[in-house]
Design a binder for this molecule. Structure first.
Ligand SMILES: *Cc1c(COP(=O)(O)O)cnc(C)c1O
Length: 380
């Protein structure tokens, strides 16, 4: 019998396939891998290595210099590693020691970098309307008077890449094109996974591929290009029948309207399945999509399996997202997006696992066996 704990299986072949498909949308641009937040919870070392060795990815972006240092150790000296947060006083050594390239977001960072490492290449982030990180357009002129600053890459970030028809995309494209022209020596990068799908003119020299590589749709309306990568399942540990009028779980929020079969599964909000999915989300079990009955507990979830066509046994895996239930559909039922569901669950998962991480993270190359897919379930 399988181990009685949640399992996060990560199909690295599907991940490489997603990288290739998204990269093909902008064939003239280099495709960089975004591996911040431990590769969206799927493991930056493993993901970085497989993208480098099997998919030919040469450039990577992380958020912090700490992430960059760890990634350098995993990838060796060849990879180009960019750090979105840029340099801060007191953390310059990490950039030198691990050969990290900063993304400069302020004039202060530009001066700090150029005075520490004159002539060393740096990326700049030009803010074209996101108002989150990056140099406001008004500060760009100031960059030219920072002596020793060598801008090798100019990036910006789209606010509405998930909605290709939003007029904000065209506005940012125009602002970026004009602003980047002030740095003719620099390569240019505007788009994340979503932007890369809007049109080839959004590709420039480099696209920054994140969520789509990890198997969640970069577009709000869904995206047929992306294959499922991560599968979250947990085993049934108890089965029971209840009568009409009986209730389930904390707060007794589910009341059976008919004789009901319940399956209790070894997973909960402590494993990253947001409690907001109580009574709304579900899992594929016994050949059907079964809804959660009542509230999600810390390490238990009860599924209403009354209508499941196949017999269910102790130890059977219920799939909370994966090939049989797309991460985007699942995320919606928890009131969130694929990004958050992945980082929540993946962030708590560990290789092996035990105390301090209940979800086991396991890597596969292709799927050992085709997942059971009930009629009508989403996913690919
Ligand atoms: C996270 C991030 C990306 C990747 O975005 P996805 O939507 O996951 O592809 C690209 N660029 C910047 C600046 C980011 O913060």
């Amino acid at each position: 019998m399988r181990q009685m704990r949640p399992l996060l299986e990560i199909d690295l072949a599907a991940l490489c396939e997603n990288y290739r498909r998204l990269a093909a949308a902008t064939p003239r641009a280099e495709a960089a891998g975004i591996v911040k937040c431990d590769a969206y919870g799927l493991g930056a070392e493993e993901v970085g290595r497989v993208l480098q060795q099997k998919a030919g990815c040469r450039s990577f972006f992380v958020a912090s210099s700490e992430e960059g240092a760890a990634l350098r150790a995993a990838l060796g000296s060849e990879a180009e590693i960019y750090v979105f947060y840029g340099p801060f006083a007191g953390a310059l050594d990490a950039f030198r020691d691990h050969r990290l390239t900063p993304v400069i977001n302020t004039l202060e960072q530009a001066s700090l970098w150029a005075s520490a490492f004159a002539g060393a290449p740096a990326a700049i982030h030009i803010d074209t309307g996101m108002n989150r990180l990056g140099l406001p357009l008004a500060d760009l002129a100031g960059l030219h008077s920072v002596s020793g600053l060598k801008v090798s890459l100019a990036i910006s970030h789209l606010a509405c890449a998930a909605q290709p028809a939003d007029p904000m995309n065209a506005r940012q494209l125009k602002l970026f094109t004009e602003a980047a022209a002030r740095f003719p020596e620099a390569r240019r990068s505007l788009s994340s996974s979503g932007g890369a799908l809007i049109g080839e003119e959004f590709g420039f020299d480099l696209v920054r591929l994140g969520v789509g590589v990890y198997g969640a749709s970069p577009l709000d309306e869904g995206d047929p290009i992306v294959k499922s990568v991560a599968r979250l399942s947990a085993p049934v540990i108890q089965l029971r029948e209840i009568g009409r009028g009986e209730t389930v779980g904390y707060g007794a929020t589910f009341a059976a309207e008919r004789p009901t079969t319940l399956a209790t599964v070894a997973i909960g909000y402590g494993d990253g399945l947001l409690r907001s999915g109580s009574g709304k989300a579900g899992a594929v079990l016994g050949g059907a999509y079964c809804k959660i009955a009542g509230r999600i507990s810390m390490d238990l979830i009860v599924l209403d399996v009354t209508d499941a066509p196949h017999a269910i046994s102790i130890g059977d895996p219920a799939e909370f997202f994966g090939p049989a239930l797309s991460i985007d559909e699942a995320a919606k039922s928890y009131g969130t997006i694929g990004y958050e569901l992945l980082t929540n669950v993946g962030g708590l998962a560990r290789p092996g696992s035990g105390l301090g991480g209940r979800v086991e993270r396991r890597y596969l190359w292709g799927r050992a066996s085709a997942a059971e897919r009930p009629p009508g379930a989403e996913g690919n």
